[in-house]
Design a binder for this molecule. Structure first.
Ligand code: NAG
Ligand code: NAG
Length: 312
């Protein structure tokens, strides 16, 4: 950043601003490693860290060379992560002891120093690597939780779409001014929620009949059942009973009546003995109370102005 900005001021500032946001508003460009990084301060297991980076369109970052190690160390400065360290992308989850970065760089090719008495592979259960703020590493259990950094390598031809993302599966619909993406790989409701969130979006919230129609049209473009799906005719959307049977509230806290669309399919909600707490949407364009553990297709919605939420 330090190197980058003075350079920018000699050019047209506007171009540089676009450039530095070219991936996502919540990532920062780093000249030294030619890519964007984001520190996730909320500690998570290694699996979840990997998945979240992946869903954000990035990778769980590793100190793959000394430049990377320096950038990661700097990213931790003055945060909680500085005291506890971060998960790196270096793991041996496929085969005990075969440590490599997510990108496939073997640990032996990375210029790293172990902490004292490490690696110890305690109980033969330590397949993930953390890095401390002084740059030393240790093997830990992947189910422990640590903060982490995601990294997106800069590539050519990366353009933010009108939806404020590089993900070309989001399409703007002028009828609502929102962008939508239909996810064809079925997930359960919580994973669907996480996936939308990681994409800078949210599980779709239906605010009027026109928006229900948009989702219906979108669904109709995918006549086949979603892969590994529990039901061909339902998709997850963004409402939930939040543990209160039959009090349907959007994931942004409004009752679905107030949000603007509360038309359930005939004989729905049927709350089959409870447990159908999660927002579903039928091909018919009407709502369903779905099993949360079902795997269904799902629809994410993204507001265009999330492009303007400037965290820098
Ligand atoms: C680096 O930090 C770790 C964890 O705080 C500590 O155990 C280790 O001694 C430090 N190593 C050096 C070289 O300062
Ligand atoms: C959803 O799937 C994830 C990953 O498989 C699992 O950890 C989680 O418990 C599931 N949630 C529900 C409500 O089934």
């Amino acid at each position: 950043m330090e190197l980058y900005f003075p350079f920018c001021f000699f050019l047209v500032l506007a171009i540089c601003l676009v450039e530095s946001r070219q991936f996502r508003y919540d990532y920062k460009f780093n000249q030294d490693i030619q890519g964007w990084i984001k520190l996730h301060q909320v500690p998570s297991t290694w699996e979840d860290a990997r998945l979240r980076c992946h869903l954000e369109g990035a990778n769980l970052a590793s100190p793959q060379n000394s430049k990377f190690a320096t950038v990661l160390k700097n990213a931790l400065k003055n945060t909680h992560a500085e005291r506890i360290g971060i998960f790196t992308g270096i793991h041996a989850t496929f085969s005990n002891g075969d440590f490599q970065s997510i990108e496939g760089i073997p640990l032996t090719k990375m210029p790293l120093q172990w902490m004292p008495y490490e690696p110890d592979n305690e109980n033969n259960e330590e397949n993930c690597i953390v890095m401390h703020s002084n740059g030393t590493i240790a093997d830990v259990n992947c189910n422990e939780v640590f903060p982490y950094v995601c990294y997106r390598k800069k590539s050519k031809n990366e353009v933010l779409t009108e939806c404020g993302t590089v993900d070309r599966d989001y399409h703007l619909d002028p009828r609502t001014g929102s962008c939508y993406k239909f996810h064809f790989i079925a997930r359960n409701w919580t994973r669907a929620f996480m996936t939308c969130a990681a994409e800078g979006a949210y599980l779709a919230i239906i605010n009027n009949d026109a928006e229900a129609e948009i989702l219906k049209e979108l669904f109709a473009k995918y006549p086949q059942p979603a892969r590994f799906s529990s039901s061909k005719n339902a998709a997850f959307v963004g409402f939930h009973d939040w543990g209160e049977r039959n009090v349907w509230t959007t994931i942004h806290g409004e009752t679905i009546e107030n949000a603007g669309f509360n038309t359930f399919e005939a004989n729905q909600p049927n709350a089959n003995g409870g447990g159908q707490s999660c927002g579903g949407f039928f091909r018919s364009g009407k709502l369903d109370d779905s099993w949360c553990h079902y795997r269904l297709a799902f629809i994410c919605e993204k507001s265009v102005d999330s492009l303007l939420d400037d965290n820098e």
